[in-house]
Design a protein around this ligand. Structure first.
Ligand code: ING
Length: 311
C-alpha cells in the first residue's frame, strides 16, 4: 500500500515591516485554499511567516522586540488559519516567533509547529542553530540578530506520527547542519519540513553569495538522501525591507532528487505527491543504519563546542 502525502510548499514573497498579521494571514489563507483545491494534505509555510524578518534590525527596548512575538498560538490573528485547516481538512507547518512563560520566566524562541487536518498542534520545534550575532555590528549592511532575540531551542529534534507517516521539523540554518537530519533520521523520519529566510548576501562571507541557491539545494538534497527522507524547504523570498532573500523553495525526494520547485520570488505554491514508502528503498539498503552505520568505530566523537582547536 502506498502512503501518498500531497504537499504544498507555500513560499511567501516579502512581508513589509508595516504589514499587519491579519494581512499576512490572508496571504497564508489564499495559499492554503489554493493547496486544498490542488488536493494537498499538508501546506508548509516559511520560517517567521507572520512578520517581516525582524532580526535584520537592532532593537534595545524589550517591548519593541516582544511586539514581533506570538504570546499565544493560535492567537486572535492566527485562529482563522486553524479554523480553515479544520474546515478544509488540511494540515500545515508554520514558523513564528514564540513568546513562552516557562520555568518561571519569559522565553523567546524561533519556533515551528505542525498542525494536523483537525487543526490540532501535533508537533512543536524550537530552532537550535541560531546564526548571526547578539550585539549590534555597524559594519554590516544589515544585522542578523537571532542570537540576541531568541534562545537556543530546548526541544531537540523530535519526530511526530502524523499524516500516515513520521514527520520532523527544523528551521532555516538548521538545514545546513547534517546533525539535524541525522538525529531525525535515527528516529525513522520520513519527511522533514522546514522554512527559511536566507539573505542573498552574507556579510561575514560575501564570497559565498553567488552560491546561495546552490548551497540551499545542496544541504537539503544531501540531508534527504543520507537519511532516506523527504525534505520540504520553503522560503520567505524576494526583496524584503531592502534585503534580497533567496527563493529556491524545493521539495526533495529520499533519492535526493528535486521533484518540485518555485520559480518566482513571490507567494507561490509548489506541489508534489510524496510517496512515504519511497523512503524504504534507502532506509532498508544503503542507509540501513542498523546494518551499516558504525558509531562504535568512529573514534572520538567531538560533541563539545570548540573541543578541537582551530588549525
Ligand atoms: N538565515 C540564514 C540561513 O542559514 C545565513 C543565515 C545566510 C547563513 C546566508 C549562511 C548564508 O539560511 C537564517 N534565518 O538562519
Amino acid at each position: 500500500m502506498t502512503r501518498i502525502v500531497t504537499v504544498g510548499a507555500a513560499q511567501l514573497g516579502p512581508i513589509a515591516r508595516t504589514e499587519s498579521r491579519a494581512g499576512v494571514v490572508n496571504r497564508l489563507l489564499a495559499l492554503l485554499h489554493q493547496a486544498k483545491s490542488n488536493g494537498c494534505d499538508l501546506v508548509v509555510f516559511p520560517e517567521l511567516a507572520l512578520t517581516t524578518f525582524f532580526p535584520r534590525w537592532y532593537f534595545e527596548d524589550q517591548a519593541d522586540i516582544d511586539a514581533w512575538f506570538e504570546p499565544r498560538m493560535p492567537g486572535p490573528e492566527t485562529e482563522p488559519l486553524f479554523d480553515a485547516a479544520r474546515r478544509l481538512g488540511i494540515g500545515f507547518y508554520l514558523g513564528y516567533a514564540e513568546l513562552a512563560e516557562e520555568e518561571g520566566r519569559t522565553r523567546h524562541f524561533n519556533t515551528s509547529i505542525l498542525v494536523d487536518k483537525a487543526g490540532v498542534i501535533v508537533g512543536k520545534y524550537r530552532k537550535v542553530h541560531l546564526p548571526g550575532h547578539a550585539e549590534h555590528e555597524p559594519w554590516r549592511r544589515f544585522q542578523h540578530l537571532e542570537k540576541r532575540y531568541f534562545e537556543t531551542g530546548n526541544l531537540g529534534f523530535p519526530v511526530t506520527r502524523a499524516f500516515g507517516g513520521i514527520f520532523g521539523m527544523c528551521i532555516c540554518n538548521d538545514r545546513r547542519w547534517p546533525e539535524t537530519y541525522r538525529v531525525m533520521g535515527l528516529q525513522g523520519v520520513e519527511m522533514v519540513l522546514l522554512g527559511y529566510n536566507t539573505p542573498v548576501h552574507n556579510p561575514p562571507a560575501p564570497e559565498h553569495d553567488a552560491l546561495g541557491n546552490f548551497h540551499n539545494s545542496l544541504v537539503m538534497q544531501s540531508g534527504a538522501y543520507q537519511n532516506g527522507t523527504w525534505v520540504v524547504g520553503v522560503a520567505k523570498a524576494g526583496c524584503e525591507e531592502g534585503v534580497d532573500q533567496i527563493g529556491n523553495t524545493i521539495i526533495v525526494a529520499p533519492s535526493g532528487e528535486i521533484v518540485a520547485a518555485c520559480s518566482t520570488l513571490g507567494d507561490e505554491l509548489a506541489l508534489a505527491r510524496c510517496d512515504l514508502d519511497l523512503t524504504r528503498s534507502f532506509k532498508t539498503t544503503v542507509f540501513d543504519f542498523a546494518k551499516h552505520r558504525e558509531p562504535q568505530h568512529y573514534g572520538l566523537i567531538v560533541a563539545r563546542k570548540g573541543a578541537i582547536p582551530p588549525p
